[in-house]
Design a protein around this ligand. Structure first.
Ligand SMILES: *[C@@H]1O[C@H](CO)[C@@H](O)[C@H](O)[C@H]1NC(C)=O
Ligand SMILES: *[C@@H]1O[C@H](CO)[C@@H](O)[C@H](O)[C@H]1NC(C)=O
Ligand SMILES: *[C@@H]1O[C@H](CO)[C@@H](O)[C@H](O)[C@H]1NC(C)=O
Ligand SMILES: *[C@@H]1O[C@H](CO)[C@@H](O)[C@H](O)[C@H]1NC(C)=O
Length: 340
């Protein structure tokens, strides 16, 4: 057992080394990509270019949900899915769900999120399953980042071509999926600006410390942060919600051994539909504010927000509790704030 753990550690070390090596190469590449092309070039790249089909699309599946019922599963490679009875209408709101590494749309959290989105938001929910690529090594998935991003952009452009309006659009991404959501949003912008994007503990390895401006990905971009080992340290969303201890760790890892601080992010996001997760109105003394700290209205709670409150932008600290559903009562929060 001990040897096994040592072996795993060695593997992890090698993985990190590989990630860092590729990282410096990617830095260069992204340095070029990051420069905002002028609008004319943008038009050319999005509207007039024939829609590119990526090989990765052949393995990707689209899961359509209406009223929390799966209405259609289609290949992302064919573009006739909207004519095949997804039950989704272009006048509907639509939500895109993106999972992470070694995950799929069949995961418990994916289904739980689809359920909550169907109930609170309504409209059409489309989970994009790229589990075939996501089930290999992180490195392999990582080298496919741009192609998977391009494939998802193509899928959304097909929706737009069919009359769907990004003003009624929402995208959610967890971990690697969070990075995808941001990259997809930035590719679609500024012509097709997604209304809202929520991410949960966007992945750090391979992406940090490249200073990407995630707020460019959509009209309202809010990012939840929950771990120091797997989450990003780039806090450039309109709203950065620091869960638990400064967004770096969750106290409930002690009671939930199977999840870890990273995985708990999506559980907390899902629970926030039904339970109040109250924000502190000051920066806890043990936390560093990397960004402007938000001005928080009294009794402000975080989570999916149907109508984004523009007054609340910047960094928000939200302590979490030891046990399910991980929220703190107002009394406990007062006690915490009083200690400072
Ligand atoms: C970009 O395309 C839109 C319509 O698709 C057009 O109104 C606009 O003038 C174009 N911008 C440039 C810089 O060509
Ligand atoms: C990305 O897609 C292009 C075109 O389909 C392909 O040539 C390229 O090898 C792909 N990149 C990776 C890393 O798979
Ligand atoms: C949605 O599903 C619920 C439960 O399955 C059902 O009671 C309700 O009638 C459905 N609503 C619509 C509009 O189909
Ligand atoms: C979580 O929210 C519920 C509902 O408001 C509340 O009753 C409960 O006290 C909160 N959790 C904890 C640990 O206090």
């Amino acid at each position: 057992m001990l040897i096994h753990i040592r072996f795993l550690r060695l593997n992890l070390f090698i993985l990190l080394l590989l990630v860092y090596k590729t990282n410096s190469k990617l830095n260069l590449k992204y340095g070029i990509l990051r420069r905002t092309p002028n609008l004319a070039a943008r038009n050319e790249s999005i509207s007039f270019r024939p829609r590119t089909k990526y090989d990765v699309q052949k393995t990707m599946r689209l899961m359509f949900y209406k009223n929390n019922t799966k209405t259609l599963e289609a290949s992302a490679f064919d573009e006739d899915y909207l004519q095949r009875g997804s039950g989704c209408s272009p006048s509907d709101k639509f939500a895109i769900v993106l999972h992470g590494w070694i995950q799929s749309c069949a995961d418990e959290w994916s289904l739980a999120l689809i359920d909550r989105l169907s109930f609170y938001r309504g409209g059409c929910v489309i989970c994009i399953d790229y589990s075939v690529i996501a089930s290999t090594s992180y490195m392999r998935l990582y080298t496919n980042f741009e192609n998977v991003t391009g494939a998802i952009v193509t899928i959304i452009l097909t929706l737009i071509k069919n009359g769907f309006d990004v003003k009624r659009g929402y995208m959610f991404g967890f971990s690697f999926g969070g990075q995808l959501a941001s990259a997809v949003g930035r590719s679609l912008a500024p012509q097709h600006m997604m209304q809202s994007i929520d991410t949960c503990d966007m992945a750090g390895p391979g992406f940090d410390p490249i200073a990407v401006d995630h707020s460019k990905a959509g009209k309202h971009v809010q990012c939840f942060h929950s771990s120091r080992d797997k989450g990003t340290f780039v806090y450039s969303c309109h709203r950065n919600i620091m869960l638990g201890s400064c967004g770096l760790a969750q106290p409930s890892v002690a009671s939930q051994l199977h999840l870890g601080s990273h995985g708990l992010c999506v559980d907390i996001y899902i629970n926030a539909f039904d339970y109040p997760f109250c924000a502190l109105n000051t920066t806890p003394s043990e936390c560093i504010a990397f960004q402007k700290v938000a001005k928080i209205p009294a009794d402000y709670t975080v989570g999916y927000e149907e109508n984004f409150d523009n007054r609340v932008t910047g960094q928000i600290f939200v302590p979490t509790s030891l046990h399910y559903p991980y929220n703190l009562s107002k009394k406990e929060l007062k006690l915490l704030a009083g200690k400072r």
